[in-house]
Ligand binder design. Sequence first.
Ligand code: FDA
Length: 387
Amino acid sequence: MGPYDAIILGAGGAGLMAAGVAGQRGRRVVVLDHAEAAGKKILISGGGRCNFTNLDVAPDRYLSANPHFAKSALGRYTARDFVALVERHGIAWHEKTLGQLFCDRSAREIVAMLLGECELGGVDIRLGAPLGEIGHADARFTVRHGERTYAAPALVIATGGPSIPKMGATGIAYDIARRFGLKIVEPRPALVPLTLPGDEALFRALSGVATPVVARAGATSFAEAALFTHRGLSGPAILQVSSYWRHGEPVTIDFRPDAQPGWLAAAKRTRSRATLATALELPTRLAGVLAERLGIDVLAAATDRALAEAERRLAAWPFHPDGTEGYAKAEVTVGGIATAALSSKTMEARAVPGLYAIGEAVDVTGWLGGYNFQWAWSSGWAAAQAL
Ligand code: FDA
């Protein structure tokens, strides 16, 4: 065992990527994890088919206190680079929608690929024991893992964020970072369903209804499907805006994003006997609730002014979430280890030579759709060049 050039904490996407690449560059690497198996989040991702990257990766599709931080790593190891790796391993893939690339068969192939790359690099992977004390003296890091202590001149924090604790996710990355004097941008659950308070409970009766919308939080909007749930709102459009949503702010929904201005008055002239509920051309239960809330039944009985007002409300229907479904349901964590202390080229902490942070542990969070795995690959690859 050992000696090692680098200890990587976390056998997730970022840690395995960094380990394989560094190993193949001749570095002696050990990966430590408390889980019994590597890459567990990869296995459950994308409904078991892993949405492993996105063709439209761009820095503005990531949230971070420093929106420029992710540029360097994303630019040096791109979605194309990852696709080339996937193809070298004979993994069949397809684009589902909005540039999202999935495995044709199974996410297990991505884990097998990463483990295969680690094997090529002679990486030691040690699973199934808790991390203990971490020491740092004379430019060497020591880490206790189960009964053993590992030592190396480099330590990579790749333990992800606290989303989905029942999969073994913890906030240990933040504890380790703080111990070395790094700051943390306050973490919060993201890509997560929103909950609605009692006075908006009428919408809970719509549980299971989905419809294409434009959902907006603050200045950011997403055109995708929204889904009503028994607790509030979900679906891709809502998951996307949840990353931007702040407590106390409304989320607005445009229920008819493709409609032309004046569409209800036009419907009144062509289909004067129609009710508003049918003119909405939305799922029946949803249309019924909206028409009832708007207080309009037959179009012919409504003034053009009332219809214009209805249009305005349908285009920016405010919901007032009282929270999210929390880390138990969040795909990712916004916030994390502050990028200000890290080199965007190598992910190394400038004040602590040899200490690196990669993947979801860092304050870089992507949109839904393969962006988070691409950050794991790109940041892992960047660190591996410097190890
Ligand atoms: P990751 O969380 O993968 O790995 C961290 C590792 O550290 C784990 O192996 C864990 O066991 C270990 N660890 C944590 N705490 C520890 C401790 N205290 N001691 C020892 N080890 C510890 N993204 C995407 O791009 N496309 C997708 O399709 C999906 N789908 C998806 C579905 C679901 C249900 C979730 C929850 C998430 C996604 N994501 C996603 C997000 C994606 O899974 C996530 O961004 C990456 O897995 C992050 O990779 P990391 O390697 O940084 O952390």
